[in-house]
Design a protein around this ligand. Sequence first.
Ligand code: HEC
Length: 168
Amino acid sequence: MNWTPPKLFLTAITSTAVAMATAPVSAHAEAGSPIYGITIPDGYRQWEMIAPAEEAAPLNELRVVLGNPIAIKAIRNSTLPFPDGTILAKLAWKRVPSPEFAPASIPGTATTVQIMVKNLKKYAATGGWGFGRFINGKPADEAQHQSCFACHQALVKNHDYVFTRLAP
Ligand code: HEC
């Protein structure tokens, strides 16, 4: 019998395929994300790092998760659930070998910027979190946004739907 990948897995792969086909990410979204109306927050590139991450083949991505000051304070104090006003940003790039030293991996083309915003009242139906995925600064389609909460809920509900822990 052939292995059938779970639906969430397929959604992630499809989304990434779309992301890969596009140019680097720009600083601002023109419109909000479908379902949630999230835009790319100003100044997110200056936020503190929570942790880096790497995704194996076939995605081959380097990621870094950043948090606004409310997020950083909460994560340092192990405050759960995260308070309203928390914003988490995940930046992703293709993982490529360094041209100067091949065993080292460095960021290649930017693929996606993903945002999670905590607002218990506004996003009550999705654990208090609103989601946005941006490709080249523009929000991805509604189908991709249907997948966000499902995966985060299935795997990290016990950590307020957030995967990333503060890097030691
Ligand atoms: C198939 C599972 C899956 C889906 C679908 C998914 N995510 Fe995630 N997400 C993860 C994992 C795993 C991480 C941890 C960091 C990493 O490995 O890149 C993560 C991390 C994040 C983070 C950093 C905070 C955290 O939880 O660690 C944000 C922001 C985020 N995702 C946004 C989104 C958005 C927006 C969507 C929908 C467009 C989405 N995610 C869909 C699995 C998923």
